[in-house]
Structures are given as C-alpha cells and as structure tokens.
Design a protein around this ligand. Structure first.
Ligand SMILES: N[C@@H](CCC(=O)N[C@@H](CS)C(=O)NCC(=O)O)C(=O)O
Length: 217
C-alpha cells in the first residue's frame, strides 16, 4: 500500500543511514508485515540526534516504533505479531498453526538473530579490535551451525511450516543480509530469495529506500 499521511498507523524509521545499512533497518520488517496485509501507514522519520523524549517510546532510542491509536509498541517482533493478529494473512486461524508461527517468530529473533548479530558485531563493527579475527571465526562457526540446522529443518519445503507466515517473514528478514547469508546452505539462500521476491517485500523495501535522504556531500 502506498504511504498515506492520513493513515492511523505510524511507523518510526530513520531518515538517513549510511549506504551499507539501507535496506536492512528493522522498520523494513514492520513495513513488510503491513504490506502483506494491505494496510497503509505513515512514517515518522528521525534525523540526527534523537530527542530525549524518544527514549520514552523506545528505551534504547532505536527504530522501529509503531503507533496505532492507543497501541504504542517497540521491538520489531512484538510489532509484527500485533499486525499479524489482525487477520489470517500472516497467522493461521487454527490454534496449533498459530502457535507454530509464533514459535518461528521467536526462533528468528532469539535462536538466529543473537548468533548473527554476535558475528556481525565482531566481524564488522569491531573490525579494528585485536580480538576481531578470533571472535569472528568463533561466532561465524556458531552461526554456520545454526543456519545448517535451519536448512536441515527446511529441507525442500517452500516455507518453515505449510504456508508463509509471520515466522517466515521474520526469519527471512533476519538472515537476508549478505554477511549472514554467506554462512547459509543453498536451500536457505533460495528460501530467502523466495521471501524477497514477494511483492509485499519489494514494496516495503522500495518504501524504506525512498525515505532516506541522500548522503551528505
Ligand atoms: N530489538 C530491537 C532492535 C532494534 C534495532 O537494533 N534497531 C536499529 C536499526 S536496525 C537501531 O535503531 N540502531 C540505532 C541504535 O541502536 O542507536 C528490535 O528488533 O526492534
């Protein structure tokens, strides 16, 4: 759905990030969930220093933040679940299927995102530290094991359960970064490409990229 300044749903995102982060910032996950449901939204773009008041909305001053009437949420997983609960598009109606989808949402953010962020932090954000090479190797191996097991689970299935759900959305978004995906087996790479090929993902990505101001000269 196009961004609609009159929408009751507001997503807070960054108005500028360096090139390497464009297309990766986590408001993308929220935009993607909204696009899957066909819900329009407006954006509030943060530029430069975050105002002190923003830490009352997100304890660490991060994005995304989501507002919809009285609902004010932070954490992309909680926001994605809130959106998914609106209908059956991202959460199956049957109780067991619903619980399985939520389990995968947690798995993405807990069992995969933790090892992935440990690796990215050691290998890139702390690359100038003397311990970077050793830590990257160790965390990279752990990540490779996690992704190998996930690939074993997926096998030749299209999605983690019997149809695309909020768990797949979060898993694809969590592992699609090229530095993470290089640790993944081929079937998981193909799974990510299937997720990224969804029209809703493409619309969300285009909207995030369009919201960034150009690099300062
Ligand atoms: N656990 C949070 C993490 C949010 C997060 O890491 N946001 C990043 C952008 S992807 C951010 O705002 N980074 C800036 C900062 O930490 O100051 C969530 O999943 O919503």
């Amino acid at each position: 759905m196009p961004i609609d300044p009159k929408s009751p749903i507001e997503v807070t995102a960054f108005g500028w990030v360096p090139d390497f982060a464009r297309g990766q910032v986590r408001d993308l996950r929220v935009r993607w969930a909204l696009e899957e449901l066909g819900l329009n939204y407006r954006t509030r773009l943060l530029m430069g220093e975050r105002p002190a008041s923003y830490y009352r909305e997100q304890p660490w001053g991060q994005v995304p933040v989501y507002k919809e009437g009285a609902v004010e949420l932070f954490e992309c997983g909680a926001i994605a679940l809130h959106i998914a609960e609106k209908n059956e598009t991202l959460l199956p109606a049957d109780e067991l299927g619903r619980k399985r989808a939520i389990a995968w949402l947690f798995a993405a953010l807990n069992s995969i995102d933790g090892p992935a962020m440990a690796y990215v932090s050691a290998a890139f954000f702390h690359v100038d530290q003397p311990w970077s090479a050793g830590a990257s190797a160790a965390f990279g191996e752990h990540l490779t094991q996690r992704l190998a097991r996930l690939g074993d689970w997926l096998g030749n299935k299209e999605w983690l359960e019997d149809r695309f759900n909020v768990g797949d959305l979060m898993m694809v978004a969590t592992i699609r970064g090229s530095d993470i995906l290089k640790h993944a087996p081929d079937n998981l790479v193909a799974y990510v490409r299937r997720g990224e090929a969804r029209p809703a993902f493409q619309r969300a990505l285009a909207a995030q990229l369009a919201d960034f101001a150009p690099d300062p000269a």
